[in-house]
Design a protein around this ligand. Structure first.
Ligand SMILES: C[S@@+](CC[C@H](N)C(=O)[O-])C[C@H]1O[C@@H](n2cnc3c(N)ncnc32)[C@H](O)[C@@H]1O
Length: 213
């Protein structure tokens, strides 16, 4: 379903970056920050879960969790190019029957989607201006846990994202990257009935795992 968010993200998360990401996944497996989400979800010891992966890109999280934790998955993404590569990989892994793919801005279609046991957002909040709407909708769709990664609030990330946004503005491309306040994201999720169980950091990314209190 085309939407203004989809047009904006389709431009940046295009065919060439999708092809490069799936090639990287096939060659090296999940990226480091994605591994943190996978470890966190596995640490819950759950089986047979329904997974909702928002902004799942080439689908790394469901490709991996369908091996041992998830029974089925829904992958909502605003980029058609990423969804195409994710679908191709699901077929390759024999999982196409177990994954539902939806091309949309999650906040536009959330009301029509059922809840899942686990909701994941790997490097997604930083691509979306309204983190409150995204995380409120995400948390309302989670029966048990949410795991997400987002950029750390440190000077070198602020500087780096500032440079990216500067060039985006120069190019006349409306896509921007965001460092949303971590304390406000935490407050929002706590207000939605979630408790932070763990948090891990890499140089650029932070991962937080939340469970329903
Ligand atoms: C930086 S990529 C991350 C992809 C993947 N999760 C990963 O870590 O490799 C961000 C992804 O989120 C998607 N996205 C951003 N905002 C979205 C929204 N509101 N609804 C659905 N997808 C969204 C983009 O289309 C893109 O595929």
């Amino acid at each position: 379903m085309p939407c203004s968010c989809c047009e904006i993200t389709d431009n940046i998360f295009d065919e060439s970056s999708a092809k490069s990401d799936i090639k990287e996944y096939r060659k090296r497996g999940p990226a480091d920050q994605t591994k943190l989400i996978l470890e966190a979800v596995r640490s819950l010891g759950m089986k047979d879960v329904q997974l909702l992966d928002i902004g799942g890109g080439v689908g790394t999280i469901h490709h991996e969790l369908l091996k041992d934790v998830a029974r089925e998955a829904t992958h909502v993404d605003a980029s058609s190019a990423y969804l195409k590569e994710a679908k191709g990989e699901s077929e390759k892994q024999g999982n196409s029957e177990r994954v539902k793919f939806i091309h949309a801005d999650f906040t536009d279609v959330a009301a029509d989607l059922p809840q899942a046991d686990v909701v994941t957002l790997d490097r997604v909040v930083c691509c979306y201006p309204d983190f409150r709407s995204l995380l409120t909708n995400a948390s309302e769709h989670s029966r048990q846990a949410i795991a997400l990664t987002y950029p750390r609030e440190v000077w070198y990330i602020r500087f780096g994202l500032g440079v990216i946004n500067f060039f985006q503005r120069l190019r006349g491309d409306p896509f921007r990257v965001f460092i949303h306040p971590i304390s406000e994201m935490d407050e929002l999720l706590s207000g939605q009935g979630f408790q932070r169980l763990s948090m891990k950091r890499l140089f650029t990314w932070e991962m937080a795992l939340y469970k329903r209190a």
